[in-house]
Design a binder for this molecule. Sequence first.
Ligand code: HEC
Length: 272
Amino acid sequence: MVEPIKRKTLWSVLRNCLRASLALWTVFVGVVLLWAVARETLTVEQMARVQARSAFEKDAVYRQWVASHGGVYVPVSEKTPPSPYLSDVDERDITTPSGRALTLVNPPYMTRQVHEMALQLHGLRGHITSLDPIRPANAGDEWETKALKALEQGEMEVSSVEELDNARHMRLMRPLITTEACLKCHAEYGNKVGDLRGGISVSVPMAPLQTAAREHIATLALGHGLIWLLGMGAITIGGLHLRRFARLRDWAKEQSGDHYGRDRRGTRQKPR
Ligand code: HEC
């Protein structure tokens, strides 16, 4: 008995190639889309970091301005009582010729009040902190303490995405280095010019950026979906043309019985 052997026609070979092309195209578009989504996520983080950096820089410039004047005098009010930490400073409290009471506001005092306003107005958080705080309430949280230790090791910036009050935030901290202007008050705590005095940490909510990114990702997915469909259509139409051609070839070969040495039932031909 002669065993029937499965015939390999041109169409069966081409069909496998076409199936492989469809699969490859799908994988290719999928990978490109995944890459674009991953990039988008990275871009969101970079944008949040840039926002946090500019928030820090603004803070630092205003602080520097206040420090360069050795603090500023503001009217005493319920919100701004004289700072107990400045009680040793000469002329912490002064009275204007007309009798208004003014008190000296040091850089962190100003920064604190500005940070409170920023949180209320824009949800932006800022915190001036140190590993060795003069004012105990200035102590950092766990993340800030870790960041300050990294700054002490010489890092110039620490940033990461963290959960804060059940929402994702980009947290960023940069150092505050002691300059001549700081010594007026900080010399008594043993600080020298060039010392790392502490840092300002700022936190930017990720939600607005993530909403924008989600919209962009939806557009990307739609665009890639359309390109994928176009490719699938093109491969299918090409495949249909090839099928007609291949089937004709296969049919012709079958007619001539010249099927890789086998006839249409798959049995070996007698050598002529
Ligand atoms: C007018 C006085 C004054 C000047 C000038 C001043 N500081 Fe301070 N600083 C203080 C006082 C007082 C505190 C602690 C109480 C508070 O937070 O108000 C403080 C707190 C800080 C803190 C927060 C951590 C802590 O120890 O509580 C940092 C960081 C800091 N200062 C850095 C600086 C740097 C850097 C400069 C110079 C660019 C500077 N300060 C200039 C008075 C001053």
